[in-house]
Design a protein around this ligand. Structure first.
Ligand SMILES: *Cc1c(COP(=O)(O)O)cnc(C)c1O
Length: 409
């Protein structure tokens, strides 16, 4: 064997190097991951960690799920990119099965979540002008406070998070912000200019904010009655995370448009999509919108396999069953370092007693216990393990949390 060209670099060295050369738009926990499988990741020194973040739900099926890796390998050996200038032999099946899975008619394939949101906004506006009859350039979109829909200039224009906005103006007009989980405020904000109400069925980045029962059904009723679209951003809540394929299914709601991303790429490639009714997505004509990489054969092959995994219902069931274990475990920690939590399926926002430290502090302590989590805001941490986690592994993560909270007390 030939000697390596350079000695392998350790964690401290790689972190210092990143710090010197990368833009500081993230503040990662001090762990340098070099391989992973299922729910387990390994750092460059060979230490193992249980991944309780799952790439913000991009890794719902775990790291390197064999069926997904196999689909990617097979496609890599055949065809990877055509652009939409030509057809490719993988896109039709991906779109057919994704539409069927989500109960919608048509698919607009994109890459990242923010692109799906941008595309949803454009389509809703065009629908408002062409179908609803809103006067040119007057369309409004109603959104919720504390939303997270991505990072583009237009999307941060309707964020209420000053850190995400400050310094990036001027902003895109045409958005109205109402409190989340407040149907009366929505009733007041929606008028003849409203193209759509755009919401997360559960607000992820805000700390896994779950609206009251009946809110999403109320949004559906209100938008239908007032003649505007309901666009559900399921980029984080969708594809099995909450125990159903989509989080809106908990209230039996079918939105006009659903935005998907994250897990749709199987943790391998960025894949996102706008899925919706024919009357809405049908407003787009050639040349009016697009993406060089959107719907590429590699993305379609992986996305089709993701849809295939979800068609079995097995992952949704795991999320529901293990979600009960998660809820029970967190309930036991209330009053013992946890002041409150919200959970649905394998997804929880856990408010730590601020006296015990920030969410970041808890994340760093859990890291030392071999568990990876991410804080959201202040003293809240989020738990969103891969849906392939076992009950035993889930219980061990809860035990680690109990331990670090007891140590901090
Ligand atoms: C992550 C996320 C986005 C943005 O997705 P990117 O792929 O990071 O652009 C949009 N909406 C929600 C609800 C998200 O969680």
């Amino acid at each position: 064997m030939t000697a390596p060209v350079r000695a392998a670099r350790g964690s401290a060295d790689l972190i210092a190097a990143e710090d010197a050369v990368l833009a500081h738009n993230y503040h990662p926990l001090p762990v340098v991951v070099s391989r992973a499988e299922g729910v387990w990741v390994e750092d460059v020194e060979g230490r193992r960690y249980l991944d309780m973040l799952a790439g913000y739900s991009a890794l719902n099926f775990g790291h390197r799920h064999p069926a997904l890796i196999d689909a990617a390998h097979r496609q890599l050996d055949r065809l990877t990119l055509t652009s939409r200038a030509f057809h490719n032999d993988r896109l039709a099946e991906f779109a057919e099965r994704l539409a069927a899975l989500t109960g919608q008619d048509m698919v607009l394939p994109m890459n990242t979540g923010a692109e799906a949101v941008e595309s949803g906004i454009k389509v809703a506006r065009k629908w408002a002008y062409e179908v609803k009859g809103v006067p040119a350039d007057r369309a409004t979109i109603v959104v919720a406070a504390d939303n997270f829909h991505g990072r583009t200039t237009t999307i941060v224009s309707f964020s209420t998070d000053e850190t995400a906005r400050s310094g990036f103006g001027p902003f895109t007009p045409g958005f109205r912000i109402v409190p989340y989980n407040d149907l009366a405020a929505l009733e007041e904000a929606v008028d003849d200019t409203t193209a759509a109400v755009l919401l997360e069925p559960i607000q992820g980045e805000a700390g896994v904010n779950i609206p009251d029962d009946g809110y999403l059904a109320g949004v559906r009723e209100l938008t239908r009655r007032k003649g505007c679209l309901f666009v559900a951003d399921e980029i984080q809540s969708g594809l099995g995370r909450t125990g159903r394929t989509l989080a809106v299914e908990h209230e039996g709601v079918v939105p006009d448009v659903v935005l998907l991303g994250k897990a749709l790429g199987g943790g391998i490639v960025p894949v996102s999509a706008v899925v919706g009714r024919r009357e809405v997505l049908g407003v787009l004509r050639p040349g009016e919108h697009g993406s060089t990489f959107g719907g590429n054969p590699l993305a379609a092959a992986v996305g089709t396999e993701v849809v295939g995994l979800l068609e079995t219902g097995e992952f949704q069931q795991r999320a529901a069953d293990l979600g009960a274990v998660l809820r029970e475990g967190l309930t036991e920690l209330v009053g013992r370092g946890v002041v409150g939590f919200r959970s649905r399926g394998l997804w929880a926002g856990v408010d730590i007693d601020p006296a015990l430290g920030t969410g970041r502090d808890v994340g760093e302590r859990l890291l030392r216990e071999g568990v990876l989590v991410k804080d959201t805001h202040g003293s809240t941490i989020r738990l969103a393990p891969p849906l392939v986690i076992t009950e035993e592994e889930l219980r061990s993560a809860l035990e680690a949390l109990e331990k670090v909270l007891a140590q901090a007390a």
